[in-house]
Design a protein around this ligand. Sequence first.
Ligand SMILES: NC(=O)c1ccc[n+]([C@@H]2O[C@H](COP(=O)([O-])OP(=O)(O)OC[C@H]3O[C@@H](n4cnc5c(N)ncnc54)[C@H](O)[C@@H]3O)[C@@H](O)[C@H]2O)c1
Length: 318
Amino acid sequence: MKLLVTGGAGYIGAHVVRLAEQAGHEVVVVDNFSTGLSQRVQCEVVNLQLASPDAQSELSALMQKHRFDAVIHLAARKQVGESVEIPEQYFLDNLGGLGNLLIAMRENDLHKLVFSSSAATYGIPDVDTVSEDYPGKPINPYGQTKLIGEWMVANAAVWGLRGVNLRYFNVAGCEFPDLADTAELNLIPIAIAQLKRGDNPIVFGDDYPTPDGSCIRDYVHVGDLARAHLMAVDYLDAHTREYATFNVGSGSGASVLEVLDALKSASRIDFVPEIKARRAGDPPRLVADTTRIEKVFGLKAEHDLEQIVSSAWDAANN
Ligand SMILES: NC(=O)c1ccc[n+]([C@@H]2O[C@H](COP(=O)([O-])OP(=O)(O)OC[C@H]3O[C@@H](n4cnc5c(N)ncnc54)[C@H](O)[C@@H]3O)[C@@H](O)[C@H]2O)c1
């Protein structure tokens, strides 16, 4: 197959590209390198800001040149805190980019799309594991752009789009050391960077209603997630497609303190975490119900927390 991957120079996108190439697919990447790294991709790369005025015509020209079979759309701004500070920019970039992409796909009879969504669409759920049918309500502009993005994908069915939304939970770890997550935005890369600087990793809040008092999240290995994208592309060919939206997580929760314990083992550094006050807007618990993706795609997370943390640690010390 020939695949267009937007955001393919990013942490997750580069894993998707690498696995797609290993599976024999031809890949073209579109990325503006706002956070992506050129050294992560060796295939044809088009440097394009998807939300720019020229994007529709440039995408259309690219689609005429290549006749892609499907698009995997990962390119987006993804920082929750920043989205609260500059919400307009998030709506413009994340939804403008998706709008330009959909128009170009419509013009070029390109009918298959996998969209990077997020567990941020759920907001603060009051259930142990959250299923795709849970009526979530995002609590920040970032999560709102992902939920509206899903609606844009659903509405494009009017011209025949087949879309799949993958709601990622906490993506971490590394399948290929040269594709590591180098941004210090999520718990594991932040804690590794703190440790490497000689600081103690920080825990925000140890008084949540959880067994050890720290927040519980669902950590999914980036390799398991990347595989889900290739399965989603195949699913778009299925004769009957009952579902458009799939959680991608491990299906089990780990607390911040458990993650840091795994980091102590991986690093062999016996640090004492520094406890700070809670941050606003952190749900105590956010764990995926993965029944649907296991049943329909046959996907079961292959990597546990120890493998996620040790692969991230090894890549950072490579
Ligand atoms: N990392 C996570 O835990 C997580 C969780 C849920 C959802 N997601 C989603 O997964 C996707 C990829 O995330 P990531 O962690 O790899 O982030 P990343 O920042 O490493 O990758 C995003 C890529 O998209 C590119 N990009 C951003 N805006 C663009 C634009 N307007 N035009 C062209 N290129 C643009 C960036 O340069 C980068 O290469 C995003 O859509 C993000 O919202 C990530």
